[in-house]
Design a protein around this ligand. Structure first.
Ligand code: HEM
Length: 407
């Protein structure tokens, strides 16, 4: 185990957030597991370890299916945070089997590669319309004009959220996602609680309405499953599932789009190669997700003692897996700090692995390819108009905006 006092790993330091990859390289060189006092977590930075731990059933996204907070040596969250936790803890991402299996089975039908493939013409048209509007305007903010509206519209459409109701989805999601950063301050919790209450109330109303007037959307499908057999999906699970899908269904896609284009602007030779050969789009999408990993860290609770490199990690401990580091591990990726859009062997971990592997990966890939293709075809001269500002967040890695010219 290495002490981190003299390391550059500091998730609250803007310089680290701007470019965490050199600090990861140092972490990987110094050992396989590191105790990080500020968050009481064990950091794991190598691809092989992250990949194995994600599949290890001795770890879990939650412990509450097996232990009380007291039994696990943890304190319950304060009662005023309860609305956030009720919402969060009933979504499949924060459940373990058997609840996770039951909910994931129901939802996954809507996200199989075949089902999602049918959305391709709609996603393509949407991407083309958004890019055409950007071109007509002579440029704009790639984040606000393309990256954000595309996945928000797609997931809202799938769930059957009326267009007139969509404006608060982004702010609700952003406020809830603030809780996924390390040691979030009380102000973040207050906002997340308020957003959780409002979002849940909204969905409760929509679910009641769809129960009366079902459509061919996912919410109506979940209601049908719920009504067929009472314990298939509770009302709370339905609300939590919808919020999870709406949030997870756009946050990382938005960030991947702008992180990706910023990486392309910083690597003009790669952008030129892509412009010259649009058949590189699929491998470019994968490489950009590896190169600047949109979700940098995921946590797991240790449910049963494990050992990493001789270090015993007891039940009740928490492990933080550094996805951005795993994606830059030279043991797996040749020349990892090089952006190589032709990279063939690219087992990046950006969509996770094991039972929580991203259910939306096929959809995300379609969305990212659609916006990239539309931008290459309709805005062949797209260029950076101003240096973007990074969001201060470490875990959910994104930009405040990406100003572009189409000239
Ligand atoms: C580039 C875009 C995306 C990235 C990088 C991403 C990444 C991830 C990751 C890393 C996880 C697992 C976290 C863990 O293991 O703890 C996950 C889970 C999940 N993602 Fe995505 N995601 C993306 C897009 C989407 C989309 C478009 C949807 C739409 C439905 C979605 C829905 C979900 C859901 C529901 C889960 C929970 C799965 C489970 O717990 O079984 N994601 N995603």
């Amino acid at each position: 185990m290495a002490a981190l006092d003299d390391l550059a790993f500091d998730p609250w330091d803007p310089a680290f957030v701007a470019d965490p990859y050199p600090a990861y390289a140092e972490l990987r060189e110094r050992g396989r597991v590191h105790w990080f006092e500020p968050t009481d977590q064990w950091l794991v930075a190598h691809h092989a370890d992250v990949s194995a731990l994600l599949r290890d059933r001795r770890l879990g996204r939650t412990y509450q299916h097996r232990f009380t907070h007291e039994e696990f040596g943890r304190t319950a969250p304060p009662p005023e945070h309860e609305p956030f936790h009720t919402l969060n803890d009933h979504g499949m991402l924060d459940l373990e089997p058997p609840d996770h299996t039951r909910i994931r089975r129901l939802v996954s039908k809507a996200f199989t590669p075949r089902t999602v493939e049918r959305l391709k013409p709609y996603v393509t048209r949407l991407a083309e319309d958004l890019v055409s509007a950007l071109v007509e305007a002579g440029g704009g903010d790639l984040l606000k004009d393309v990256a954000e509206p595309l996945p928000v519209a797609v997931i809202a459409e799938m769930l059957g959220i009326p267009e007139s109701d969509r404006a608060p989805l982004r702010p609700w999601s952003a406020e809830i996602c603030g809780m996924y950063e390390l040691n979030p301050p009380e102000e973040t919790a207050t906002k997340a609680v308020r957003a959780s209450v409002e979002f849940s109330d909204y969905l409760r109303g929509l679910i009641a309405e769809r129960r009366e007037n079902p459509g061919d959307d996912l919410i109506s499908g979940l209601i049908a499953a719920h009504d067929e057999d009472d314990d298939r999906l509770t009302e709370q699970e339905m609300i939590s599932t919808c919020v999870l899908l709406l949030n997870a269904g756009h946050e990382a896609t938005v960030n991947s789009t702008v992180n990706g284009w910023w990486a392309l602007f910083r690597n003009p030779d790669q952008l030129a190669a892509l412009r010259a050969d649009h058949s590189l789009v699929p491998s470019a999408v994968e490489e950009l997700m590896r190169y600047d990993t949109p979700l940098q860290l995921f946590e797991r609770w240790v449910l049963d003692e494990i050992e990493i490199d001789g270090q015993v990690i007891p039940r009740g401990a928490e492990i933080a897996m550094l996805f951005g580091s795993a994606n830059h591990d030279p043991a797996v990726f040749t020349d990892p700090s090089r952006l190589d859009l032709t990279r063939r062997d690219n087992p990046h971990i950006s969509f996770s692995a094991g039972i929580h592997y991203c259910i939306g990966a096929p959809l995300a890939r379609i969305e990212l390819a659609a916006s990239m293709t539309a931008l290459l075809e309709k805005a062949p001269g797209l260029r950076l108009a101003a240096e973007p500002r990074r969001k201060p967040n470490f875990v959910i890695r994104g930009l405040e905006g990406l100003a572009v010219d189409v000239g």
